[in-house]
Design a protein around this ligand. Sequence first.
Ligand SMILES: [Zn+2]
Length: 85
Amino acid sequence: MHSSFEEAFTLHDNLVLYRPAWPGLLADTLFWGGLLYLIRGSFRSLRARRRRRLGRCPACAYDQAGLMPDAPCPECATAHEKNRR
Ligand SMILES: [Zn+2]
């Protein structure tokens, strides 16, 4: 005797989908797309923080030694945030 929970997560033999299962496809797309988006965002944030700490442009990693503190990057023209540490 199976509960409805077990029934919902049981892989059925010989089950072939001929049409997209839209609710599941939509849920999977949102979940995995959102997860990848968050992972990519945190990777970029960590990379920019590391570049700032090393005195480099957060966008292109150009070495900013000898430049005025609020000067835009001479390599990629990225302006710096006003209240950066
Ligand atoms: Zn730059």
